[in-house]
Design a protein around this ligand. Structure first.
Ligand SMILES: [Cu+2]
Length: 110
């Protein structure tokens, strides 16, 4: 049930992002779903109040991002439950219309 609720929250966030994208890109419409990037990383810091997690993540070739340490927002704060420093994780993120990454799924790899 919890997983289901997280999915709903993520879909809602995606829906909002998609609507904004549609409005902005009306003159050159895009087709297909929003790209989801799947990356491996390590938890450096969890800021549950802000709904953010700092991850030391591997490179993301599709975005030409090198490996780095940075904060990501999560779609739903409960996604941070149980995460702690040094956890190895796999996470999925999308980019909002403004380009900011937003984590839609995160799970421990170990
Ligand atoms: Cu980064």
């Amino acid at each position: 049930m919890k997983r289901f609720l997280i999915s709903i929250a993520a879909l809602a966030a995606l829906g909002i992002a998609a609507m904004h994208a549609q409005a902005d890109d009306a003159h050159h419409p895009k087709t297909g779903a929003q790209t989801i990037y799947t990356v491996k990383g390590e938890v450096v810091e969890v800021d549950k109040a802000a709904g953010k997690v700092k991850l030391k993540h591997e490179a993301v070739p599709e975005l030409e991002w090198p490996a780095m340490t940075m904060f990501f927002s999560v779609a739903e704060k409960s996604q941070l439950d149980g995460l702690k420093m040094n956890d190895q994780v796999y996470f999925e993120f999308v980019r909002t219309n403004g380009g900011s990454p937003l984590i839609t799924r995160i799970k421990t790899a170990n």
